[in-house]
Write a protein that binds this ligand. Structure first.
Ligand SMILES: [Ca+2]
Length: 194
């Protein structure tokens, strides 16, 4: 990735030269190649909703260093010294990030169509399952989500999709605040800075 070049001059003051990364730059990251939701992760970096300072929606073609850091900050592990309300705030922030990743049209609901798209992407990696199978799995999973979120539904009732409130409820047992993070271990500095 030749996106953010960091150099040091003789006085050890970092000189950061930045070129704005685009989607194609992220496609060249080897560690992302095998990630089943690679396209969603890449798209998240270009989604205005994840820039913190921005109240706009929609996507951008390229991002600056500030936006890159803002998106990366959603993956920071929580400190062990957090108060309960701080931990909850981080949890909600990470949940919102994940929710936005699936609610691609930003209408506040993950519809069956949006959910099918994610499941198809996930299963297409295996190569063994066709589109119809993926659709069947997504539909069955959505039906279960509907029954958890809504309880009893009348036969003529229609489940519009997963709202953020449902999403939070579905993942209440999952410690997203400590699980959704990127840890930089055994980092090869030259690789990062080339
Ligand atoms: Ca939506």
């Amino acid at each position: 990735m030749s996106t953010f070049a960091v150099q040091h001059n003789h006085s050890l003051n970092p000189v950061v030269s930045v070129s704005c990364p685009r989607r194609e730059d992220f496609n060249t990251i080897p560690d992302l190649a095998c990630n089943p939701i690679r396209s969603q992760i890449i798209e998240a970096f270009f989604d205005r909703r994840n820039f913190r300072q921005s109240d706009g929606a929609g996507t951008v073609r390229e991002i600056g260093f500030g936006e890159f850091l803002a998106v990366m900050s959603h993956f920071r592990p929580p400190s062990i010294h957090l108060k309960e309300e701080q931990r909850e705030a981080i949890r909600m922030e990470k949940l919102r990030f994940l929710f936005n990743m699936h609610d691609t049209d930003n209408d506040g609901t993950i519809t069956l169509e949006e959910y099918r798209h994610v499941v198809e992407e996930l299963l297409s990696r295996s190569g063994a399952l066709g589109k119809e199978t993926a659709k069947g799995i997504a539909d069955a999973a959505m039906l279960e989500v509907a029954s958890i979120s809504m309880g009893h539904m009348e036969p003529d009732e229609f489940y519009e999709g997963i709202t953020f409130e449902h999403f939070n409820k579905l993942l209440k047992e999952f410690e997203i605040e400590s699980r959704m993070n990127i840890r930089f271990m055994n980092m090869d500095t030259p690789t990062l800075c080339k």
